[in-house]
Design a protein around this ligand. Structure first.
Ligand SMILES: C[S@@+](CC[C@H](N)C(=O)[O-])C[C@H]1O[C@@H](n2cnc3c(N)ncnc32)[C@H](O)[C@@H]1O
Length: 294
């Protein structure tokens, strides 16, 4: 039976989600109602007293039932807001996390000039979140997003087109820096690589384990495999004074800093996320150092 108003339907959905153990039941119910209604937050507010159409009510019920089985809201909607940008998701992209905005903020601090034609690379670009956020803030910058997952590169390109950033963004399928031009001298290389130790993947929350792609999570035996690969090849692609900025997992900042130091970089900062955990390592290639291509 269709509820007599969107307000009543949302209240019933909140109770249903709460009963199923969903943490942010009220917020999720509202987001799913907006999705079912096909509008935005303002549209929902003005529709709260209206009776939903049978079609919208049916769609809302289906979304809520799928949410009770543990499917994250962003996967149900097919997109997620990151750095205030709507980013489409696919089965091959990670659902970008708010923590990664710490990395974007760090990159903007070391790339402060809105008019500069910065050259950037985002290794393991996924939905394109990091690169597209930076290009949206630096209107003359240019960047390449690389990913081993073809579906991720395709989705990132689609996102770039939708956001009007495609003329300054290229997307390539490949293993870390392999697809970068050998004469590249970048201002910054950014990465949020997979960093979960393989042996702990099964213990992740089902919303992560069952819905984010394994390739986006699995950091090898100790969680540091990607950082080793990046440390071995990224510095040579930076201009002297250029930056390597990466997100790290819980307790990894020290080990990643050591890897980058061994690769000849200077650690400029380790930044905490909103929860106070060390989350981002900022390393710089020293001026006067310019290793030759390997
Ligand atoms: C943690 S996700 C980050 C995605 C996106 N940058 C974000 O922050 O939302 C890691 C990404 O690295 C990609 N990846 C995994 N192994 C890779 C490799 N060897 N070379 C390039 N990309 C890789 C995955 O496909 C995934 O998109």
């Amino acid at each position: 039976m269709t509820a007599e108003s969107w307000g009543a339907a949302i209240a019933a959905a909140t109770a249903r989600l709460r009963q199923a153990g969903v943490e942010d039941a009220a917020a999720d119910a509202r987001l799913l109602a907006i999705e079912a209604l096909g509008g935005d937050r303002t549209g929902l507010i003005s529709a709260l007293r209206d009776r939903p159409s049978d079609r919208a009510a049916g769609r809302f019920r289906t979304l809520v039932e799928r949410r009770t089985t543990g499917v994250p809201v962003s996967r149900l909607r097919g997109w997620r807001e990151f750095w205030s940008l709507p980013l489409g998701l696919s089965a091959e992209t990670l659902d970008p996390r708010p923590d990664t905005e710490t990395l974007v903020g760090a990159a903007l601090t070391v790339l402060p000039d809105r008019k500069a034609p910065y050259r950037l690379a985002d290794l393991g670009t996924g939905s394109g979140a990091i690169l597209l956020a930076l290009l949206s803030e630096r209107p003359r910058a240019w960047g390449l997003g690389l990913d081993l997952a073809e579906g991720a590169a395709i989705q990132a390109r689609t996102n770039a087109v939708r956001l009007g950033l495609a003329d300054r963004a290229g997307f390539v399928v490949g293993h870390w820096t392999e697809a970068l031009r050998h004469d590249a001298r970048l201002d910054a290389i950014l990465s949020n690589p997979p960093y979960i130790p393989s042996g702990t993947l099964e213990g992740l929350a089902p919303e992560v384990r069952d819905h984010d792609p394994r390739l986006a999570l699995d950091g090898g035996e100790d969680g540091l495999a990607a950082y080793r690969a990046i440390a071995a090849t990224a510095p040579v692609r930076l201009r002297p004074g250029g930056w390597l900025i990466v997100e790290v997992g819980s307790g990894q900042a020290r080990a990643v800093s050591a890897l980058f130091r061994q690769a000849g970089l200077r650690i400029e900062a380790v930044l905490a996320d909103l929860a106070g955990l060390d989350r981002v390592v900022c390393a710089q290639k020293m001026v006067g150092v310019d290793a030759t291509d390997g």
